[in-house]
Design a protein around this ligand. Structure first.
Ligand code: SF4
Length: 601
């Protein structure tokens, strides 16, 4: 008979370096907050689940719903290996789970929520779920829940609620933790104070405030005017006033060559906002009754402005206008993080934060509002690596000078002589574009094929490019801010040498400046700058480096093509597993060959 481990801790695999230590560390400090920095490939999911399952329930928070299946897959494996019967599932919102919305072709969050609010009582799928007498026998992925509910003609969303009563683990997106109105679905069944919260890839928490961010465009206002003109002349005049303000703003920004501008949201205030919202609701109702998607631009415009007025004056929330050819985006940007989150952590019995890029843990904890914690870095067995920092080159400045370009050209030539599948990661698309002729030339001379990541590439195009690179081999040309620097895996010989050009700081736009100013305001000048500007850039560098070194069998040559990496402020944030050696630009070709040779013996 299968069982739960009731207080006992077992680990389902032959432990690797650091895993049992980490497991004990989590168990010991679970009722406090725990911060774990461990590289990808460490086996964090198995370690954390093994430590917490005997004292479950666990709420496992991931960045997006798409990642919610991973801990559940691991839970299945644990059950299989330890002969246990823990139950868990990945929880999704109505947008993914509403069967009625699928039939009606509705796929945006707002319309699906509206549909359910209006139709639930008559919905053919909203049937008493208890009648199903379902007792889950094994952990369920979101697709499995959907399938089961389809077969039985019941609502998958409300079925999930029933599953909560049986769950040892529920895996969901951060939003359910960050947004108070979303969390109640879970809390009403599993009170948070009885749960342990695990936050996976916790470095992403610094964007937590984005859940309160929102935007409208000039087109929203144009369409709102069209909608209201037929309904109410007086209100139409008010909407026209808002539209005119936005149009004038766009023209003025265009004239002055401004991409972005901070705006005072009160300029868009109207006494009629609530009336607009009511009329918008009426439009939605009529559309819904006519079998159309219940969307209304008037409703969008009014709710955006009403909510924005409520946010006005809150430290960390700004309003930005962004001009785009003949359009204008008016955005509410919530930069807050620690201030929002610290109240959330207090709700749980204990919180475990983990990531491969949590370093420095003290800074992370302060940024995301963790008031007390036990933190530790764990390393794993990785293959050998050599790391060179090149003295005499830097991407410092607005754009590369001819001299800088030539030097990087030589560095690229030498790097591409390394006989290995390699990658050239630039700090930005601008730098990549500026150096592209040199890369193309070196490829021609060495006969290597290059695979170039382009700005704005679709997910499908990216996947195709990656498959080609993995199949044929050659040189991947990408940026440290792009998709290949964080999400892709290159085991073994798929990627063995990497040239990093520059440090991937955020471009110094108005937005970046506002972000830095806010952090300086909260943490003081020096720390604020470090938290808002330096750490995110170095996290990108570390993420990119991590692509080439995932397991024991891997080996990697890292060439850091920017002398600033030698400075203490940056070098202390490089991955633990590298011991960088500084080399002069003039000798870099020889040094690279020497290091590569060392890795091969
Ligand atoms: S009850 Fe379920 S299927 Fe029916 S409208 Fe609501 S979410 Fe959709």
């Amino acid at each position: 008979m299968k069982e739960k481990l009731a207080g006992k801790t077992s680990f389902p695999y032959k432990p690797r370096k650091g895993q049992i230590e980490a497991l004990k560390f989590i168990k010991k400090h679970a009722k406090e907050n725990v911060c774990i920095d461990a590289p990808t490939g460490f086996g964090k999911t198995a370690v954390i689940l093994s430590a917490l399952l005997p004292i479950a329930p666990i709420v496992w928070a991931v960045r997006t719903g798409n990642e919610a299946d991973r801990p559940i897959e691991e839970l299945k494996e644990i059950n299989k290996r330890l002969n246990t019967d823990y139950f868990g599932f990945s929880f999704r919102g109505k947008k993914d789970m509403c069967l009625l919305a699928r039939e009606k072709g509705l796929d945006d969050t707002e319309s699906v929520a509206y549909l359910c609010k209006r139709s639930r009582d008559n919905c053919p799928y909203y049937i008493p779920i208890e009648s199903l007498r379902f007792k889950p026998s094994e952990p369920m992925l979101y697709t499995e829940i959907l399938e089961l509910c389809r077969e039985n003609g019941i609502c998958p969303y409300y079925f999930q609620r029933e599953l909560l009563f049986h769950a040892d683990v529920v895996s969901l997106s951060y939003n359910y933790i960050v947004h108070p109105s979303l969390g109640w679905v879970i809390k009403s069944v599993i009170p948070f104070e009885d749960c342990f919260l695990v936050v996976d890839e916790a470095h992403n928490l610094r964007y937590a405030g984005s859940i309160f961010s929102d935007e409208i465009t000039l087109n929203t206002a144009r369409n709102a005017l069209k909608e209201v003109e037929k309904l109410d002349k007086e209100v139409a005049k008010e909407v026209e006033g808002i539209l005119l303000l936005m149009e004038e703003l766009r023209k003025d920004m265009e004239k002055k060559g401004e991409e972005e501008r901070k705006v005072d949201i009160q300029e868009f205030y109207s006494d009629y906002l609530n009336v607009m919202k009511k009329l918008g609701e009426e439009i939605r109702r009529r559309k819904f009754e006519d079998g159309k998607a219940p969307r209304s631009s008037l409703y969008r415009l009014a709710t955006f402005l009403i909510e924005s007025m409520n946010f006005d004056g809150i430290k960390g929330v700004v309003f930005i206008a962004k001009a785009e050819s003949d359009n204008l985006r008016l955005e509410r940007w919530d930069m807050r993080c620690g201030e929002i989150l610290k109240k959330r952590w207090r709700q749980f019995k204990g919180c475990i934060f983990c990531s491969g890029t949590l370093k420095p843990i003290k800074a992370f904890a302060e940024m995301v509002g963790i008031e007390s914690y036990a933190g530790r870095h764990f390393s794993t067995e990785l293959g050998r690596n050599e790391c060179l920092i090149v003295r005499g080159v830097s991407t410092r400045g607005e754009s590369l000078t001819e001299k800088q370009k030539k030097k990087y050209g030589i560095l690229i030539d030498e790097f591409m002589k390394i006989e290995a599948n390699s990658a050239i990661f630039s700090a930005s698309y601008r730098i990549q574009r500026e150096l592209m002729p040199y890369i193309a030339n070196a490829a021609k001379e060495t006969g290597k094929e290059i695979f170039v990541e382009k700005q704005g590439m679709s997910g499908d195009e990216g996947r195709k490019l990656l498959d080609e690179f993995k199949k044929k081999g050659g040189v991947l040309v990408a940026t440290m801010t792009g998709r290949f620097a964080e999400g892709a895996d290159f085991p073994g010989k798929e990627l063995e040498a990497m040239l990093l050009i520059g440090i991937p700081f955020d471009r110094m736009t108005l937005r970046t400046q506002l972000y830095i100013d806010y952090y300086m305001d909260v943490f003081g000048e020096e720390k604020g700058w470090y938290y808002a500007y330096v750490i995110p850039a170095m996290q990108r560098t570390c993420q990119a480096m991590g692509r080439a070194l995932r397991g024991k069998e891997d080996r990697a040559l890292f060439v850091l093509g920017d002398e600033r990496y030698r400075e203490r402020i940056y070098s202390r944030l490089l991955p633990e597993y590298v011991k960088p050696k500084s080399v002069d630009f003039e000798e870099v070709g020889e040094e690279m060959q020497k290091s590569w040779h060392l890795l091969r013996i």
